[in-house]
Design a protein around this ligand. Sequence first.
Ligand code: SAT
Ligand code: MN
Length: 586
Amino acid sequence: MTKNQALAQWIAEVTALTQPDNVHWCDGSEQENELLVARMLEDGSLIRLNEETHPNCFLHRSAPSDVARVEHLTFVCTRDKEDAGSNNNWMDPTAAHTLMDGLYAGCMRGRTMYVIPYLMGPYGSPYSRAGVEVTDSPYVVANMRVMARIGTQALAHIEAGNSFVKGLHSIGQLDPENRYIAHFPEELLIKSFGSGYGGNALLGKKCHALRIASWQARSEGWLAEHMLILGIEDPAGNTSYVAAAFPSACGKTNLAMLVPPDSFKGWKVWTVGDDIAWLHLGEDGRLWAINPEAGFFGVAPGTSLKTNPNCMRTLGRDAIYTNVALTPSMEPWWEGIDGEKPAGLIDWQGRPHDPANGPAAHPNSRFTVAASQCPSYSPQANAPQGVPLSAIIFGGRRSTVAPLVFEALDWAHGVFAGAAVASETTAAAVGQVGQVRRDPMAMKPFCGYNFGDYWAHWLSFGERSSKLPKVFHVNWFRKDGDGKFMWPGYGDNMRVLKWIIERCEGRAEARRTPVGLVPHAGDVDVSGLDLTHQTLEALLAIDPEIWQREVGEIGEFFATYGSRLPAQLRAQVERIQRELERQLAA
Ligand code: SAT
Ligand code: MN
């Protein structure tokens, strides 16, 4: 089915191993999708939603024990354990192959094997990369069709002689005890078994576009990052682009589709991507970003016309919903959606909703939808060279410590600020929610190699260009003594974006602190906002004692990377400590 020898041989090998009844090469066509959807409607793995209110929309309910990424079962299998780093679970590649191939043996008997050639990145972009995912899940095919560019054109890209990443996926028995997501970066290979969910199963996404791509990017001189990309158009019609890294379920999709507050006349935000960015140095010395994905796999709960109107308008048609609740009129429903909670809800597990069983929609329930349906979709989203970045923003979910925003003093300090990101855990991964953990560059679950080497790679850009974007750190999630959010967030985050853009253009003020450059209260445009001056001051405060503790913890965390920790990061810790001490002594 392909003239590419390497691909044909690999497919022959996995066919012999998994023994499917049929092999289906995906062409990505409309007819193919209709056929797959019809099959899934028949076997109950998809439920058709209300055709009038949600044309061509479907609900999928995953196995209740398969609702999120499984970081503890995700492995990076490099020959040298040190190359994977303590940020990854490691398995010896030979042992991992033996383990996984044992699970794959005969696993597709009675099933159809789908071969999905896909392209990450716009057609015609020099930065786009191909992959082939083999899966026994038609649900995965339907999602990959939205999230990546799949089918004939992607296969042609491979047959033209371009390299491709191999991804073997089987849902197996969906048994959490027999579930592994293994990466072999040295072989450009992914093996995933036992889960049909999101980042575990849609291999183009986190497995390829982040873990494998970050490894490739290091040796080739670019960056694969867990970042949204957006354009900010000012009233004069100038658009600046920023990329922003936040951990999963911290509002990347909302920020990417932001609608500015009413008082921001003439400002507009354009969406380029909501989850992943591939960054390359252009000939002009600037950093250019493409979104390798073609769709959004966003968190449903909390999404409403109030929090994200553009997203709600994206979702009305041609969408797949996973683990949301269902209303009696067959419409999708989740906690935080507009309107009253309807009577007669069916919960994400298909049971009549009983609050005693928890929320009606799973906290990590998702929608899958084409990016092109988004009303704020950027006209530059498919530009082959990408968009030039003015700023990079790092952020986490922190109820204390981190101020609303600060700017890094220079590139090396910006890399420090990214490496020091900490965030409270969310439902996007299996495990306890709300625990603060270090999540450097929001890449803790996604960096395919040793963080020490990764930071050195980031720092190396500082030697390659003097036109890099400015780096900022934000925190929308500060809470007051009563546990209430201090900053309104959502559309009002535009106020912080505006300061950031003005800083990039040299038009806004800031005060220098040991931690970075922080706006004075008067520098943030809070017109039309019901926020006391006192609260704003508190949001922008840097408490030297609290920061002394914080920087101490960052230093300890860095030290766990031993000899692979770049000296420049240790120097940042020492500088900040020195300056804080001086401030406390004064
Ligand atoms: O499940 S995914 O990894 O695709 C979503 C996320 O956690 O960001
Ligand atoms: Mn993500």
